[in-house]
Write a protein that binds this ligand. Structure first.
Ligand SMILES: O=C(O)CCC(=O)C(=O)O
Length: 404
């Protein structure tokens, strides 16, 4: 896992696509969407039909939800089989091997998936109706984009993707996720392995992401530039996406990449963990992610049949299996690394107890008991000592973080 400090940044011009006069400009908009999907896999929508008042109202509703006591939010806990409900500090990312530090509430259209998962009206009056109205506005915008993307791919039926995301059917998997990242004290060091949201690509079809101005942190790495599948390697270069009022960040997910025979790229993204008070945002961050996910029973196959046909359900299951396998590999790699560090520390301690030969004592007067070193110390001995100290503190903070 690359730490936040050694991340490389690149200035990229993220495509900005205006949906103004959609019907009259549909061909032009389609061409722009296709170009963005083929290159970065992520773009910013402007002049879109979701009113700012609706976005503000949903953020306010989300805020009211997160302000409830955990004991109230826990009345509707997250359930994996439904992919809905509230969770806190519990989503582990294959790229980092550790959990994202945030809380989220996932909502779906289907009564079946939401049975017992909607926050009660007594606890939060009007929340359910408000959220469903916002979800319908997001879905309506998504259908416009889906039609353009189907046309861009040259599909016989430009409603193919729209039909596969039928929100009136009980097997629809689309999710609105309200997120809250906790404020951090800029004066306190960020614990090791503390991640707001580790690098990942969505396994959905297409995601609409709403951010609040001033609450930065979202970063992207275009699919075609990424050198690793899961965004945890050296060589993945990141670009910050500054939140701005009225804009929606839209990213291609793995499902659309699969469905387009890899022509459209899913984009890696993450939410930066604040580590540098000079540049990073340490406050509470709220965001809304609308993940377009297909009906479980729809059939998914690209026009060139690059991959075998699967159902929406099978695609989700395969994506989960692949993610969990990578998560296990990453966690095992980290365990091995910790064991090696621990062995290194023990060796350092043992060698510090060994009295050095007389000629070394003459040049270096180091007391293993006090840890003090005289002016005649050797640079190598000093480096070894500080390395051991760093490793000790790194492994101590890793333990603290994993116990939080
Ligand atoms: O909160 C954000 O800005 C990003 C959220 C996200 O990437 C996710 O939930 O998958």
């Amino acid at each position: 896992m690359s730490s936040e400090c050694d991340v490389k940044y690149v200035d990229r011009v993220i495509p900005r696509i205006s949906l103004r006069d959609f019907d009259a400009r549909v061909d032009e908009i389609t061409a722009e969407l296709v170009a963005a999907a083929e290159s970065y896999g992520i773009f910013v929508l402007t002049d879109h039909p979701v009113p700012q008042s609706a976005i503000d109202a949903q953020f306010a509703a989300g805020r009211r939800f997160f302000d409830l006591a955990d004991s109230v939010k826990d009345k509707t806990p997250f359930v994996t089989s439904a992919n809905a409900g509230w969770e806190k500090n519990s989503q582990a990312r294959p790229s980092t091997g550790c959990v994202d530090r945030n809380e989220s509430y996932q909502m779906q259209f289907s009564d079946e998936h939401m049975a017992g998962r909607w926050v009660a009206d007594d606890d939060l009056p009007g929340f359910r109706n408000q959220s469903l109205a916002f979800m319908h506005a997001c879905h309506s915008l998504s259908t416009k984009l889906m039609m353009c993307l189907a046309r861009g791919l040259g599909l016989d039926d430009d409603q193919t993707f729209v039909n596969a995301h039928d929100i009136t059917k009980p097997d629809i998997q689309t999710v609105l996720r309200a997120l809250h990242y906790f404020a951090r004290d800029a004066a306190a060091p960020t614990p090791a392995r503390y991640c707001r949201a580790g690098p990942h690509a969505d396994w959905s079809f297409l995601t609409l992401l709403f951010q609040r101005p001033g609450q930065g942190g979202l970063e992207m790495c275009p699919g075609r530039d990424a050198v690793t599948d899961f965004g945890h390697g050296q060589g993945d270069d990141w670009t910050k996406i500054k939140p701005a009022e009225g804009e929606i960040v839209c990213n291609i997910g793995d499902l659309l990449m699969f469905w387009s025979d890899d022509r459209f790229k899913s984009a890696l993204h993450r939410v930066r963990t604040p580590t540098d008070p000079a540049v990073d945002y340490y406050g509470d961050r709220y965001s809304l992610a609308f993940f377009n996910q297909p009906n479980s029973d729809c059939v998914v196959q690209g026009p060139k049949h690059k991959y075998p046909r699967v159902t929406g359900r099978e695609f989700t299951q395969l994506a989960m299996k692949r993610n969990f396998a990578q998560l296990r590999r990453e966690q095992e790699r980290q365990e091995r690394q910790e064991q090696e560090q621990e062995r290194g520390i023990q060796k350092e301690r043992q060698s510090a107890m060994i009295v050095p030969p007389v000629e070394f004592q003459a040049a270096t007067s180091f007391s293993p008991y006090t840890g003090s070193m005289d002016a005649g110390d050797s640079a190598a001995a000093s480096a070894a000592f500080s390395m051991a100290a760093c490793m000790a503190s790194a492994s101590a903070s890793a333990m603290t973080a994993s116990m939080m």
